[in-house]
Ligand binder design. Sequence first.
Ligand code: ZN
Ligand code: ZN
Length: 52
Amino acid sequence: MKQVKCISCGKELSKGGVILKCPSCGKKTIVRCDHCRKVGVKYKCDCGFEGP
Ligand SMILES: [Zn+2]
Ligand SMILES: [Zn+2]
């Protein structure tokens, strides 16, 4: 399994994180750790989409 890092805090994802495709462009893979998901840290895609 290849390493994935949270897009918000840069931490390696261990468990409880989510991996999804950008809902706007559908190209970029958004990775968020459990912590950033809980506190609602924003992420930004290359296409300009920002999401909670
Ligand atoms: Zn994070
Ligand atoms: Zn995007």
